[in-house]
Write a protein that binds this ligand. Structure first.
Ligand code: 6PG
Ligand code: NI
Length: 195
């Protein structure tokens, strides 16, 4: 096909550009959420360490586009999560983590920049993790809780694509947690079973 083939967009699409080097979404209608240290009560093992940190320090932020309403069937959402480098005790800065409220909904993640770990827990509470590095693609199965930790020294950014009727169940994680935590042991990110 000629590079000058007669092809022009007739319908305005999303009008959003995802910067492939930073992951940043640029355009109209982007929703933003920021989670600071003060929003992460009960997430990390070492609550005293969390309290000793600057409460306004940003742990992660999310940019997302919702072309259809949340909860509507049949749509897809797209978002970037940026996790700062940092530690709370021996745990890396990480997302809260969730199951999808509609348990029969999966998701894709793709790492844009940085180094991380995708922590997954299945319905039998078996926890595993997948290393994240630029370009790594991760398929999160239905019925699987997911959380991401930044194990590197720079910002970790990853893209996510999830169904519009997935929703988020944070309460199960708030009450029972994951069955294992990713902790820095002798300088190495290690999954340690909870007692
Ligand atoms: C989703 C995605 C993803 C996630 C963020 C923040 O289902 O929306 O998994 O966008 O929400 O990475 O993580 P938490 O939702 O666990 O805070
Ligand atoms: Ni999700």
């Amino acid at each position: 096909m000629s590079p000058q083939s007669n092809c022009s967009a007739t319908e305005p699409g999303l009008q959003i550009v995802a910067d492939i080097s930073s992951g940043e979404l640029v355009g109209e209608g982007i929703q933003r959420v920021t989670r600071a240290i003060k929003d992460m009560k009960g997430i990390f093992r070492d609550e005293k360490s969390r309290q000793s940190l600057s409460q306004d320090a940003v742990v992660y932020r999310v940019q997302a586009v919702y072309p259809v309403g949340e909860g509507e069937e049949g749509g897809l959402f797209w978002g970037t999560t940026f996790i700062e480098p940092g530690m709370v005790g021996d745990e890396y800065f990480m997302t809260k983590g969730h199951f999808h409220a509609n348990r029969h909904r999966g998701e894709y993640y793709m790492t844009v920049t940085g180094r991380g770990a995708l922590i997954l827990m299945d319905e039998n509470r078996r926890t595993t993790f997948e290393p994240m590095h630029p370009g790594s693609l991760h398929y999160i199965r239905a019925n699987t809780a997911h959380r991401v930790a930044n194990i590197g020294e720079s910002v970790l950014a990853f893209w996510a694509c999830w169904p519009s009727d997935a929703g988020h169940d944070y309460d199960s994680i708030a009450s029972l947690g994951f069955s294992a935590r990713l902790r820095k042991v002798n300088g190495i990110a290690t999954l340690v079973e909870e007692p």
